[in-house]
Design a protein around this ligand. Structure first.
Ligand SMILES: Cc1cc2nc3c(=O)[nH]c(=O)nc-3n(C[C@H](O)[C@H](O)[C@H](O)COP(=O)(O)O)c2cc1C
Length: 512
């Protein structure tokens, strides 16, 4: 049997009628449709899951009403689709092969073309999106968007894309063979031929219907021949703005901001089934070096004014012959990263109230969680032996993690290369790591994005402290997280490096 496209209500959507109007209510949207002809209301009643065949719905409306009723139906379906209230699925032999679930939020205007929007003149869907599948222009070719990807969620295969306001659940694994065939551009005929070989059991029309579903989810690029006969892109990739976006950047952006995701956002305490991670990293018994504690009151009096520091802040990559001292490093870390206060507070979570520990620092951090750790790789610092250290912000001391091992040397070499300077000239490399669980315990969808924001906050705090202290600071854009995990013997998934910053003695100029 050939697959057909079905329409059904999205999860948690209900239909009611009152005084000639129909009211469709979903978790995030409510729409009143009026005036509503009885044949259209009857069709809507058939959308209760598993729904009904789109073509049969259209035929029943035409049989009971007029061509105008059909135009009105398409218009309403389009309205409902734009608000994420309707699912479209590919059905064969009484079961779904794939279902497109729109996110339950209003779809912005710019994405409507991809979701089968109605033509303004006729209120009918544009020809290629009418549910009858892509145009069979023999030479038109289709290819999977470079932004589309497949992953497993529970025991289902999910197709997603940061260009989509929907996800496609693939219920029948034979469709994966069709996806594979779409790795390179194909005409509909070529795709159908591939399907015959790769996915026995799928009928000829199935590739076409699956393609329609993928196009609706904005997961297909089309190429049409131009006058010279060569192919050119015919839909979304023609948007030159997309060229700037690498796959991972657009995915991270779209999933850590509201709009293109229906995941819960913000402080949901999603890991509240586990005890809250501690405010501070546990102290491991190892060599530690107490650091100099400056008198903050005295610094408040003696420091150059903020505007002066801001104006003179620069990235400096040259150092004085004499390396910075352990006392300067102590003052720097005290100004930037020490624990200022510690307390406990109750946090309301879905798993009940949880007692959490907090430890504040001189810089701001989302939720006051302070998941960042400060590590220091020392090449040259008067009073401290070379090697890798972890800064304990509560005791204000350095704990030695490693001597100048090969991985520590490589971390320093990488940093020197990033700054375009000779490795021998380096003095101190501050490596920020994140204890991911501390922030992921509370924040959903945005945990890693918050961590990167915190890195920026700390960079500027370090720039300002170093400038006020007449030291040479320079932020770095990248580091090797695997290498750090090896050097410090941390578990990459528990704590890995997220930021690097160079520090050294300044060649000249004393701020007054
Ligand atoms: C997030 C970030 C990443 C940076 N990455 C590097 C880097 O990898 N190498 C480097 O030499 N400078 C790096 N810099 C320093 C910039 O080059 C510098 O801030 C910029 O040129 C402006 O100069 P200024 O800091 O002296 O005002 C970085 C700065 C920031 C904020």
């Amino acid at each position: 049997m050939v697959a057909s496209l079905w329409l059904s209500w999205q999860d948690q959507v209900s239909l009611s009628a009152s005084g000639g109007e129909a009211i469709v209510t979903g978790p995030d949207a409510r729409i009143v449709l009026k005036p509503l002809a009885p044949e259209i209301f009857a069709a809507m009643q058939r959308l209760a899951p598993p729904g009904a065949d789109e073509e049969q719905l259209a035929e029943s409306i035409l049989a009971a009403g007029t061509v105008d009723s059909l135009a009105r139906w398409y218009y309403h379906v389009d309205q409902l689709r734009q608000r994420g209230l309707i699912c479209r699925s590919l059905h064969a032999d009484g079961r779904p092969l794939a279902t497109l679930f729109p996110f339950c939020r209003a779809v912005p205007q710019s994405s409507r073309a991809a979701l089968g929007s109605t033509s303004p003149e006729t209120n009918r869907p544009a020809a290629t999106d009418a549910g009858r599948g892509p145009c069979e222009t023999a030479s038109r070719r289709y290819v999977l968007s470079r932004f589309a990807y497949v992953r497993r969620e529970q025991d289902e295969l999910v197709l997603e894309s940061p260009l989509a306001h929907a996800r496609v659940i693939v219920h029948d694994a034979r469709l994966m063979a069709l996806l594979g065939a779409l790795a390179a551009p194909k005409t509909l005929t070529e795709l159908t031929q591939c399907a015959d070989g790769l996915a026995p059991g799928l009928a000829r029309g199935d590739s076409r219907a699956f393609l329609t579903l993928l196009r609706e989810a904005n997961m297909i690029d089309q190429f049409a021949p131009d006058a010279s006969g060569s192919s050119r892109e015919a839909n979304s990739p023609a948007d030159p703005a997309l060229e700037s976006w690498e796959f991972h950047d657009l995915l991270f952006h779209s999933r850590s901001r509201r709009g293109r995701s229906d995941n819960p956002f913000g402080g949901t305490f999603r890991m509240a089934h586990r005890p809250p991670p501690p405010a501070l990293k546990a102290i491991v018994e190892q060599e530690s070096y107490e650091l100099y504690r400056p008198d903050i009151r005295q610094l408040e009096q003696a420091d150059p004014p903020l505007a002066h520091v801001q104006e003179r802040r620069r990235s400096l990559r040259q150092y004085a012959a004499q390396p910075l001292t352990a006392r300067q490093l102590g003052e720097f870390l005290y100004r930037v990263a020490r624990v200022k206060a510690q307390w406990q507070a109750q946090s309301p979570t879905a798993a009940g109230t949880q007692l959490m520990e907090f430890a504040s620092r001189p810089y701001p951090a989302g939720g006051g969680l302070y998941e960042l750790e400060f590590n220091v790789a020392i090449k040259a610092c008067q009073g401290l032996a070379p090697g890798l250290y972890h800064y304990d912000p509560r005791r204000h001391c350095l704990e030695r993690l490693a001597e100048m091992t090969r991985p520590v040397e490589l971390l320093l070499d990488d940093a020197a290369a990033s700054a375009g300077i000779a490795g021998e000239s380096l003095q101190v490399l501050v490596i920020l790591t994140a204890r991911f669980e501390r922030i992921a315990w509370k924040y959903e969808s945005i945990a890693y994005a918050l961590t990167l924001k915190h890195v920026g906050v700390v960079y500027q705090t370090m720039y300002l402290a170093a400038t006020a202290m007449n030291l040479a600071p320079c932020a770095l854009g990248c580091g090797d997280s695997d290498l750090f995990a090896r050097a410090a013997r941390t578990n990459y998934y528990v704590e890995s490096s997220v930021g690097e910053f160079l520090l050294g003695s300044r060649v000249s100029e004393v701020l007054t």
